[in-house]
Design a protein around this ligand. Sequence first.
Ligand code: SAJ
Length: 507
Amino acid sequence: MRFHSLCVLGLGYIGLPTASTFATNGLQVIGVDVNRRIVDILRNGEIHIQEPGLRDLVQAAFGSGNLRVAEQAELADAFLITVPTPILLDKRADLTAVRAAARAIAPHLRPGNLVVLESTSPPRTTVDVVAPILAESGLEPGRDFSLAYSPERVLPGQILRELVENARVVGGVNRASAEAGRELYSAFVRGEIVLTDATTAEMVKLMENTYRDVNIAVANEFAALAERFGVDVWEAIELANRHPRVAVLRPGPGVGGHCISVDPWFLVESAPEQTDLIRQARLVNDRQPGRVVARLEAALGGLRGKTIAALGLAYKADVDDLRESPALEVARQLAAAGATVRTYEPNAPTATAAGAQAVPSIEAALDGADAMVLLVDHRGWASLDPAGAAGAMRGRVVFDTRGVLPRAAWGQAGFRLHVLGAGSPLPLQGGPSAASRGAGEGEGGGGSANRRGPSIPSRENRGTAAAELDDEAAGSERPPLREGTPAEGEDEPSARPRRPAPGTPDA
Ligand code: SAJ
């Protein structure tokens, strides 16, 4: 291995785990962050981000004597750029940090060095933005030093394992640069290391996330169509996905996080005239929070003066990350429309949306509420106790935007359960109404017994009558709200199996 020392610029979600992993695999690593606070926290043996196993890894890296942190770049055999590339208000990538990192490296560059950009970037950033800045050193990229792009593809929550095990794409400005990149990453990567050119590697990353965004957009459009035609989209997707070459993702309240909701714009920015579909998919997904709000408004007969419990604010299940979260947007819009909105996010208890109020528990959110909206399918929330909710709430409207609540159980507890993607059927002309086929507005227990298979639910097991139980019958006692995942073997006959959508290892 010709690379013994490594300078990592940017110690965030990717930079810190990567720097620490290189250090525990024998490289002399200097981790650089321009944020003094982060450097101080790390020097004090703490970490500034939450990721399972990261604290131990960082401590092991410091313990090995191979990791140091600093505010400025230093001489090294190789340099990694792992800084953020946020999106500007006009949906263009903000490459300020990438440029600054390249400028910080240039004075320390020596012949034979390797520079790798990992930050998600618009196509050609490595050759058109980074290479010219580094060339100001007087050294030529590809000839005097190696330059490559290698996208990170790790899943928050599983970063440490995926960093090591995932396949890694390394794109060089020339073949020698790609091979130099492979040599560096082979220090710890156990997945396949695939070589290509720098711009292809940039495209690959953007294509992966754009593909997901477009797929989710079509799922969201299917959900809207299903509501219109009285179809249950969750059942329909499950059935469609039995086709061996179909893999529709899941609809929901929108797409959040700092990757999938952002990266497609990098392609739109680079070629606006060739990205109609990609732009449209973004707009479809960004419209979802508004659709959730409109449906709640219809269910409640208006929002002004209503008290709404909004469960979950994170951008997806079991993370504490609120960036670009559609749940935040739903809560904000509800509050802006005059509702009193109580939000509960167990992974970020003090966070809330503009105009909303953070509360410390599900009970506090539901207490006296007119409606509950489930925005994130955190672990265990599919088995929230409907009887407990009925005891706590004033109203009986529940809106499940993730399609996870067992419908019969909520119907039996007296709730009118609205489910995203399952709506009022259109009347059929000259035949039995869609409702008599059992679509049941997708509400109040509709179709719960058919979750496991393709059979059309019988009228008896839809539980619509239960949904119309009056509030008294729902019981005045307040059993504690259960928040646990059912124990293994403790099946919930009416619950939709929480099956990951294809290609969603985390979900
Ligand atoms: N979502 C849906 N329906 C789905 C799947 C996701 O509405 O069927 C929503 C989620 O609720 C969330 C958003 O989309 O709001 C994004 O979630 P995600 O799990 O698809 O993606 P991220 O942003 O958490 O992480 C992704 C990862 N990609 C996956 O294929 C799971 C990760 O591998 C990438 O490295 C990361 O983006 C990244 O850095 O780009």
